[in-house]
Design a protein around this ligand. Structure first.
Ligand code: GLN
Length: 563
């Protein structure tokens, strides 16, 4: 029977609850338990697919094509599990299900109420997760902060689970913040006390409290929280802000939280986090720095590109490098020119995106990378931009464009291809999730993968227009991967370039700390070579710190990654 660990958040949002949940998963997995994981999102959107990256950060796409919360990315990377739609539940899904059941007469004339109808459906989804995965432990994150109105049905549902599955089979972990008061030089516990009071008011007594803090949480503080919150001192865990999120499982383990959980869940096997610890040690001791430019639309908010950042880190790690990211707003290139903003980068990434804004800047970035032989990796939109640039510059098709950005162009080298579903309203019209891709032998991409057939995750509407495929191929934009029947181009690359590869899919979602995605791995290898050869691209470690923008991933990480 599946046991449950429920994780709630208090005091403020953005404490890194997703990282804590992912870490719990990793810690329990390292003790031999099989893990299921779920995010309960109290917002009313059915999924984050239609939400602006400014509102929600990255949309993480799972293998089955679900558009999910970016925390699922943390879960997949930390626990190394393949998740599906069952792992992301939103209030929007629950309410629309309740209402459609009511319309279909399933409630037999009853009055439909939050308790029990909404809460029952939430519990149904939690049980579905356990049934489908058969996992030993399901770690369930409740999004938002205790005290949010929309979170109440979710908290009520997990409260009821205590009784439903037996008190020994449901553990409640509450994550809070200990703010630091500079004037008195102390960490304050009162907000944590209030948050726990609010939680108890709902009927949930936490079994453990994890206290995020920028300073050491000493025994005295833990005893105080223990006294006021009725939690044993050993279950009050300090979680200091760390230099890398990948150190969180190690820190929690060291604080005794792994043993506490194992004891409560009756897991006797001792943990083996040695490989994970080696990985973190390597992360902390890079031999060199590689600077990569990400040219995108939402660069003010790096959370929009979270999986890209992580995939870069994984691939840099494999090269004993640390990656520094230059965040380049595509529109700035339109204004300032590619030379002035890309001159430090040893590699250029154009990530995914929608809409026309910034496209010309991305095209200039692709031209710069192609002409200067700078490694380039195009992720979905980044591949389309690469094709547009090549068609304009090499085929001489000046108005080459995507049907998405310039419907009036006579040369839609990127278009809506027959065989895809017809375009309708936004939401539900994209090619989503895993599709097979057959690699063309002898190409850089095929060499990177070292296999003939791969499955990759998609999230897009448009494709390379087959009417132009032969001309592009003939001029040196090779097709390096296609749908197995050859009908759609999945990967393109520039012949003779050290590494200029674009994929119609999103390889970033499949990267893991110990298994960088092959395309990222090869891209980073080429960037390191560029760094070796071109002095203008190499930055010694000591010069490379301190000059990043405020939105550098390091700073995002220090702030704990959004919930
Ligand atoms: N906007 C492009 C399309 O819909 C690319 C999407 C993406 O980068 N995910 O095809």
């Amino acid at each position: 029977m599946t046991q449950y660990v429920f994780v709630t958040g208090g005091v403020v949002s953005s404490l890194g609850k997703g990282i804590v949940v992912a870490s719990i998963g990793r810690m329990l997995k390292s003790r031999g338990a099989t893990i299921a994981v779920m995010k309960l999102d109290p917002y009313l959107n059915v999924d984050p697919g239609t939400m602006s990256p400014y509102q929600h950060g990255e949309v993480y796409v799972t293998g089955d094509g679900s558009e999910t919360d970016l925390d699922l990315g943390h879960y997949e990377r930390f626990i190394d599990v393949e998740l599906t739609a069952v792992s992301n539940v939103t209030a929007g899904q629950i309410y629309s299900d309740v209402i459609s059941r009511e319309r279909n007469g399933r409630y037999l004339g009853g009055t439909i109420q939050t308790v029990p109808h909404v809460t029952n459906l939430i519990k149904e989804r939690i049980h579905q997760l356990a049934d489908e995965t058969g996992a030993d432990v399901a770690v369930i994150e409740v999004g938002g902060t205790v005290g949010d109105i929309e979170g109440l049905p979710f908290l009520e549902a997990i409260r009821q689970m205590h009784n439903d599955v037996g008190r020994d089979n449901a553990i409640y972990v509450h994550l809070t913040l200990l703010p630091y008061l500079g004037s008195t030089g102390e960490l304050k516990t009162k907000p944590t006390q209030h948050s726990v009071q609010a939680l108890r008011g709902i009927g949930i007594q936490p079994d453990a409290i994890i206290c995020r803090s920028d300073f050491e949480v000493d025994l005295g503080l833990r005893e105080k929280i223990s006294l006021y919150c009725d939690v044993p001192t050993e279950a009050v865990i300090g979680l200091e802000t760390l230099d890398t999120v990948y150190a969180v499982p190690l820190s929690l383990e060291e604080a005794g939280f792994g043993d506490f959980l194992a004891d409560r869940l009756g897991i006797t096997k001792s943990p083996d986090l040695s490989q994970w610890a080696d990985m973190v040690e390597k992360l902390r001791d890079p031999k060199r720095t590689v600077r990569v430019a990400i040219v995108g639309k939402y660069v003010e908010l790096p959370d929009s590109y979270l999986s890209v950042i992580e995939a870069l880190r994984h691939s840099a790690l494999a090269q004993d490098c640390e990656v520094k990211i230059d965040w380049i707003k595509a529109e700035d290139i339109e204004e300032l020119g590619a030379d002035s903003v890309l001159d430090r980068a040893s590699g250029v990434i154009v990530p995914g995106g929608f809409g026309e804004r910034g496209i010309e800047g991305m095209v200039s970035a692709a031209r710069y990378a192609r002409e200067r032989a700078i490694p380039y990796l195009g992720l979905c939109l980044g591949m389309q931009v690469m094709v547009i640039e090549f068609a304009r510059s090499v085929l001489g098709l000046e108005d080459a464009n995507s049907a998405e950005f310039d419907p009036g162009s006579k040369n839609h080298v990127i278009a809506y291809m027959p065989g895809q579903r017809e375009l309708g309203t936004t939401g539900g019209t994209m090619r989503l999730g895993l599709y097979p891709c057959a690699l063309v032998p002898g190409t850089i991409a095929a060499g990177a993968y070292g296999s003939e057939l791969v499955n990759e995750r998609h999230r897009h509407r448009y494709e390379l227009n087959n009417d132009y495929r032969d001309r592009l191929n003939g001029a040196g934009l090779l097709t390096s991967g296609t749908a197995p029947d050859g009908s759609l181009v999945e990967i393109s690359e520039v012949e003779g370039h050290p590494f200029m590869v674009g994929s119609q899919f999103h390889p970033e979602f499949a990267s893991r700390p110990d298994r960088p995605h092959p395309l990222f791995r090869e891209f980073m290898g080429a960037a390191v070579d560029t760094l070796r050869e071109g002095a203008q691209h190499s930055l010694p470690m000591d010069e490379s710190g301190g000059d990043d923008t405020a939105s550098s991933p390091e700073i995002v990480e220090r702030s704990g990654i959004s919930t």
